[in-house]
Ligand binder design. Structure first.
Ligand code: ADP
Ligand code: NA
Length: 343
């Protein structure tokens, strides 16, 4: 078939958790083997998106390096995939401006993530409000347009995403259609999603919330660099219920269902198989087995993370090379867009 350009992004949140791993990174790594040899793969550290919430500059810089390290440790090979920093390619912001000039405000105000976040956030009313506290800034409202620019700038055709990003990709498709129609030219391919095979991973402490870096409880998540004893302790303390045995029932037993989901995703086997295997076990026995499965999977990742942490020159070089390669693709397409617009 025609060449694919596969592109996805992740925010620089430091060393990621198993939610990011199962919902994104492990899929990104597999695509390197399942895609055609000539297909392009681009993976962005989307640091401009990170600025939509308050950031400590020093911490952000460290988190960017740590996320890059995690990508490498998860098996993303810089010889096969372009790993790059969004902010180092000014064309992202430039393209976003052009797109923002044809995106109706109504399309953005309909975005579920905006509706939820803007209700949670306090309003920024004066200069004094712009401090370390979270508020709704213009960037938070407009960031789906920057996300569209991230994708369209490379004429990406396939986008690995989690289910929480489907609506934003739909917006990107609408923007691409609108531009193509406006300039009577198929400048942008209409990108398709590649949904991660794994379901959403929920918090270990509250199975109504997704596992997230922003959760104040460290016990709510397993990070890719957790030690075996941390993994054992966090899984031991994970919320369960008082029902006997191991059954998969996401409605009545969401906490156990989440642990089964994690087990199945890590082992890449069907949920039914796990349930069958542990039908005679109690929650404690199942948790012990899950901890072992996680330790087995994450130990090589953690070792690689530790190795890369003491080789920051190499990691910086990976980004530098990736930024150069991404710039070439981006600038060519931005020129074409500027030309069409009469700039
Ligand atoms: P987003 O704000 O789009 O969720 P993040 O940087 O927080 O971006 O997450 C990066 C990737 O990890 C996304 O593809 C997202 O879908 C995935 N992800 C994050 N948390 C989870 C989770 N708890 N379970 C499954 N996937 C997750
Ligand atoms: Na998130």
């Amino acid at each position: 078939g025609p060449l694919k350009l596969i592109l996805s992004g992740i925010q620089p949140t430091g060393i990621p958790h198993i939610g990011n791993f199962l919902g994104a990174l492990s899929n990104w790594a597999s695509l390197q083997h399942t895609a055609n040899v000539n297909d392009n793969l681009l993976y962005a550290i989307v640091d401009l998106h990170a600025l939509t919430v308050p950031q400590d500059p020093r911490q952000l810089r460290k988190n960017k390096l740590d996320m890059t390290i995690a990508l490498l440790a998860c098996g993303i090979d810089p010889k096969r995939s372009i790993i790059f920093e969004q902010s180092k390619i000014p064309a992202h912001s430039e393209c976003a401006w052009i797109l923002s000039c044809i995106t109706p405000v109504g399309w953005l105000s309909r975005m579920t993530q905006w509706k939820v976040k803007s209700q949670q956030n306090k309003k920024i009313q004066s200069v004094e409000d712009i401090d370390s506290t979270s508020g709704s800034c213009l960037g938070l409202f407009a960031y789906p347009v920057l996300q569209a620019a991230d994708i369209l700038l490379y004429k990406a055709t396939h986008i690995p995403i989690g289910e929480d990003n489907i609506q934003h990709l739909e917006l990107t498709r609408d923007i691409a259609l609108k531009i193509n129609k406006l300039y009577k030219k198929d400048i942008f391919p209409i990108p398709q999603s590649i949904l991660a095979p794994a379901k959403r991973v929920m918090s270990l402490r509250d199975s109504s919330k997704k596992m997230s870096k922003s959760d104040p409880s460290e016990l709510s998540r397993i990070n890719l660099d957790d030690t075996p004893s941390e993994i054992i302790s966090k899984i031991k303390k994970a919320t369960t219920d008082s029902i006997k045995g191991i059954t998969y029932d996401p409605v009545e037993r969401p906490a156990i269902a989440n642990l089964i989901t994690i087990y199945a995703a890590i082992k890449e086997v069907a949920i039914e198989e796990i349930v069958k295997e542990y039908s005679n076990s109690n929650a404690q026995q199942f948790k012990e087995a899950l901890a072992q499965v996680l330790i087995e999977k994450l130990t090589p990742v953690r070792n690689e993370i530790e190795k890369l942490k003491i080789d920051s020159d190499y990691v910086q070089q990976v980004l530098k090379d990736g930024n150069e390669k991404a710039s070439l693709l981006a600038n060519k397409n931005l020129d074409e867009l500027y030309n069409l617009c009469g700039l």
